[in-house]
Design a protein. Structure first.
Length: 160
């Protein structure tokens, strides 16, 4: 529902950020009572090239217009169905498994593999607990190859 409720004004083109925030008039709220996210929302950085494309898409739209409306301009409750249809037309063999949650998880995992801190990823995803993010990323083994490489090249290695 975060995607379905995104409005043009949520895209901060000058800093390449999407501000995911509650929309009481649309009856959309966020979880996150402990972190304050429920009222303030959260900010997620997006690639500059994507934001440039979104800026083109949004030209001529009003700030409160939805980014991905249904055919009559309202909230599209079939975004996952549309994703599957696009994946099928693209010839992906696992198109039935295709959904926005998989994109979200893949994006988080790729950021983590490139060195983005788990705490930053936790904030971007809006998870309340670090444990939730670690489980989401599948981080369970501190002895894996990537962890060892990071430790061997890390700041403390020079003191050994």
């Amino acid at each position: 529902m975060e995607v379905a409720n995104c409005e043009v004004r949520d895209l901060k083109f000058d800093i390449n950020v999407l501000h995911i925030c509650p929309k009481p008039d649309r009856k959309f709220r966020l979880k996150g009572k402990r972190s304050g996210q429920e009222t303030k929302g959260r900010k997620v950085p997006l690639p500059a090239i994507f934001m440039a494309r979104m800026k083109k898409l949004c030209s001529g739209k009003a700030p409160r217009d939805l980014l991905f409306p249904n055919t009559v301009g309202g909230i599209d409750t079939h975004i996952i169905r549309r994703c599957k249809s696009i994946a099928k037309r693209a010839g992906l063999s696992n198109w039935e498994d295709f959904d926005l949650h998989r994109w979200r998880k893949t994006g988080a995992t790729r950021h983590h593999e490139k060195g983005v801190s788990v705490r930053k990823i936790q904030a971007w995803l809006g998870h309340e607990s670090l444990e939730e993010t670690l489980a989401y990323l599948g981080v369970v083994d501190a002895a894996d190859e990537i962890s060892q490489e990071q430790v061997n090249n890390g700041a403390l290695a020079e003191f050994v």
